[in-house]
Design a binder for this molecule. Structure first.
Ligand SMILES: Nc1ncnc2c1ncn2[C@@H]1O[C@H](COP(=O)(O)OP(=O)(O)OP(=O)(O)O)[C@@H](O)[C@H]1O
Length: 221
């Protein structure tokens, strides 16, 4: 699914965060949005998710204007959002149950995704029995098991150590490509932007060259 943002402005009370903002995300691409703290990256994601107060402009996903949330557009955060009393498997199954997916199918889909993210054998573990990186894998499995068309990732790996982060970056690119998902990935980490992005947009500076120096220069400007 393509995502088109046209002339977007978001207003929180007296403050306008984005102003006449335009963006096109092509079907199946990973578009990275970078920029300094407070420039509106999270706000942009929330607007595409249908969760921000749009003051002007519009967002069109697959030809339809966004008017609220949809299971086609999934948000992924730094905080894994897992329910502590449910096992990994049952955390992945929960949104499927809420969508009315029959029990046998949701079990199969959840286990297949846990396997795919490298957690075969951990389905019965509770979140507190898993490392931070493993919990992020569960979050990824829970998101992709719902078969979203658009995935909106808000600095999902910011709290992970360097090695775990590198592993997750590799995994996420693989699974998103396999699933053909359209992705908007927010980061303020220039190396992450270079590594993950088919294209990189720096908020306030427009689209930049995917090379590290060009992104760095635009973020610092
Ligand atoms: N719900 C809200 N109510 C009022 N102001 C808000 C709200 N959400 C965000 N803001 C303000 O909007 C601006 C942009 O916030 P946003 O979280 O989108 O930036 P960001 O680029 O994602 O920042 P960071 O990299 O620090 O996460 C900030 O000045 C923030 O204080």
């Amino acid at each position: 699914m393509s995502v088109r943002v046209e002339g977007l402005a978001v207003r929180y009370g007296a403050a306008t965060v984005l102003r006449s903002f335009d963006l096109d995300v092509r079907t199946g691409e990973i578009l990275v949005v970078a920029g300094p703290s407070g420039c509106g990256k999270s706000t942009l994601l929330r607007a595409v998710a249908g969760l921000a107060p749009i003051a002007a402009g519009r967002i069109v996903v697959d030809g339809r204007e966004v008017r609220g949330t949809s299971k086609d557009r999934a948000l992924v955060f730094q905080d894994d959002g897992l329910l502590p009393w449910r096992t990994a498997q049952r955390n992945v199954e929960l949104p499927l149950a809420l969508q009315g997916v029959p029990r046998a199918e949701r079990r199969a889909r959840a286990s297949a995704w846990l396997d795919r993210v490298g957690l075969a054998g951990f389905g019965r573990h509770l979140p507190r029995e898993l490392s931070g990186g493993m919990r992020q894998r569960v979050q990824l499995a829970r998101t992709l098991a719902q078969r979203p068309k658009v995935v909106l990732m808000d600095e999902p790996f910011a709290a992970l150590d360097a090695q775990t982060r590198a592993d997750m970056q590799r995994l996420v690119v693989e699974v998103l490509r396999e699933a053909g998902t359209t992705t908007v990935f927010v980061t303020h980490d220039v190396d992450e932007a270079v590594l993950l992005g088919d294209r990189v947009v720096v908020l306030g500076a427009g689209e930049v060259d995917v090379r590290r120096e060009a992104i760095l220069a635009a973020v610092m400007a």
